[in-house]
Ligand binder design. Structure first.
Ligand SMILES: [Zn+2]
Length: 530
């Protein structure tokens, strides 16, 4: 007999913490509710010490302390010691792949504790013997919020403000001067799983703790279409008329041969874009907006002016190209929560301006990024992060050759593939890959995705729509059977991937695919429909 499926009750003393718990549960799409009186087979997840003291009950409780008082109070209650330390936490997520985050842990220590989850020398989750209470040594809720919302901001540096205040536009600043400060990070650390995906480690900790504390199978919805492990998308920001006229055809030649549709982000008012050129591009790919004049000042202007620019670039490109523009990419990958608000107000469906991580932001003169390689809904808009550092960072800032750049991109993609994320590629037609002599290197990059049956290559618009559809779906457990439901009448719902997490160990999550007959019938019906 198989164990009954587990669902989760979320609670928090602080409302903002509850919204983070919901974000964590929504990422995995595990069944959850906020109703503490719900029926059996539940594990209770609490940010902060649970208010309703129903200890000794039947349901396991996972307590995530949310302040230093919480850690102290729990230590007093169970006669434990605590030890605070900085540590790099590394957790396996899938066979051969781990996630990592550098953070502060407050380890509980005492003879009455039974360790449930450890990472190296650090115990992350312990059970109090003789109880169903499980204590987490890391405030993953606060850390998640900090990484995400601090990562969304990229505060302009003094030197950036100074250059921007000059009566010339950013791209007219002589290139050697502009690149001087950028080159200082030439020997910067290469991106790795700790820099591009710290949120992935906190999300892994969240689900692993629930699986271990509940000892039961937890259903979840896979990230992508059934049968595909990860996705890739090719995007281009076209900086100059030369890039559009000379570089773009070289990139398109490679993409057309491989049958790949890409997303072309264009500034609406920096150089003249003719109607035929734009219409041709809209036929072979999607058009996205890349600000109006691309002067580097978008991040500095008011919310109203940001909204106006985003609106103007959308309208003009739509009108000229006789197409719909649903995505925005800001110049220099400038980003802030306010800019996201502006993009949403301007009527876009998604934004793709925030890198997962890059060694150097021209705006803040620091490394920057939101720390995840998955799309995320923020304040009503889908953000699809630029998950692989753009070509400019490797070629011009780190000083790599096109061949070395492709090697780095493929190396990072291998990790994103293993954890099931989205490989978002940003290549400019204005730089090396837009030149005929580097077409073979560009082809080598794209072929890797094209030949992989586990990969689905999508345009950015398709990814945004898929993620919205997945967001709207949920798991319903009736009579012990899990099924995926949605209020949306979208045939793609039938291609969502129901998975059962049966355990967590040194190879990450142990997963059973749902192979029930009903699903197989649905699958066949769907194939017929397509
Ligand atoms: Zn640009």
């Amino acid at each position: 007999m198989t164990a009954p499926l587990i669902s989760i009750t979320l609670s928090a003393g602080v409302p903002e913490n509850l919204s983070i718990l919901i974000q964590l549960a929504e990422f995995w799409k595990i069944p959850y509710s906020q109703d503490t009186n719900d029926q059996a087979n539940r594990v209770k997840v609490s940010s902060g010490i649970p208010i309703d003291e129903k200890t000794g009950g039947d349901e396991p409780v996972l307590i995530i302390p949310s302040s230093s008082e919480d850690f102290r109070e729990l230590a007093n209650k169970y006669h434990l010691r605590t030890a605070e330390k900085r540590a790099t936490i590394r957790l396996p997520i899938a066979p051969g792949a781990s996630t990592a985050v550098r953070t502060t842990v407050t380890e509980f220590q005492g003879s009455t504790l039974e360790p449930l989850l450890t990472a190296g020398a650090v115990t992350l989750v312990s059970r109090v013997q003789g109880t169903k209470e499980n204590l987490v040594s890391l405030d993953m809720v606060t850390e998640y919020r900090r990484f995400l919302y601090e990562g969304l901001e990229d505060e302009p540096s003094r030197i950036f403000r100074l250059i921007s205040s000059m009566p010339i536009s950013y791209h007219l600043v002589p290139r050697p001067l502009r690149n001087w400060s950028l080159r200082r990070t030439r020997h910067a650390a290469k991106p790795d799983e700790e820099s591009i995906g710290p949120l992935e480690c906190l999300r892994t900790l969240f689900l692993a703790s629930i699986v271990l504390a509940s000892e039961g199978p937890v259903p979840r919805i896979g990230f992508w279409e059934r049968g595909k492990e990860y996705v890739a998308s090719v995007t281009h920001d076209t900086e100059s008329r030369k890039g559009l006229e000379e570089g773009a055809p070289n990139l398109l030649e490679v993409e057309t041969k491989l049958g790949i549709r890409s997303t072309w982000n264009l500034p609406s008012d920096r150089y003249a874009v003719s109607t035929p050129v734009l219409r041709d591009l809209a036929k072979v790919g999607d058009i996205g907006a890349h600000d109006t004049r691309h002067d580097g000042r978008l991040i500095l202007v008011s919310l109203e002016a940001k909204t106006q620019r985003a609106t103007q670039s959308k309208r003009k490109l739509e009108l000229t190209g006789n197409t719909t523009v649903l995505g925005f990419r800001s110049p220099l990958l400038q980003h802030s929560r306010e800019l996201l608000t502006a993009v949403e107000k301007a009527g876009y469906e998604f934004d793709s301006s925030v890198p997962s991580w890059e060694p150097l932001s021209p705006t803040s003169q620091k490394p920057h990024g939101m720390g995840t390689v998955f799309p995320l809904q923020i304040d009503g808009i889908i953000e699809i992060p630029v998950t692989l550092p753009q070509d400019h960072q490797f070629l011009r800032i780190m000083g790599l050759s096109p061949r070395e750049t492709v090697n780095e991109l493929l190396h990072l993609s291998a990790w994103i593939r293993m954890i099931g994320g989205a490989c978002i590629i940003l290549v400019h037609p204005d730089y090396e890959f837009g030149q005929p002599e580097y077409q073979t290197e560009y082809a080598r990059l794209l072929e890797e995705f094209r030949k992989d049956p586990q990969c689905k290559i999508m345009t950015m618009k398709e990814i945004a729509r898929w993620w919205k559809m997945r967001n709207a779906a949920y798991i319903d457990i009736s009579n012990g059977v899990a099924s995926i439901r949605s209020g949306q009448n979208d045939p793609a719902v039938g291609t969502l991937d129901l998975q059962i997490v049966t355990g967590y160990g040194s190879s990450g999550f142990e997963i059973q695919r749902d192979d029930s007959e009903a699903t197989e019938m649905e699958r066949q019906a769907l194939r017929g429909a397509i």
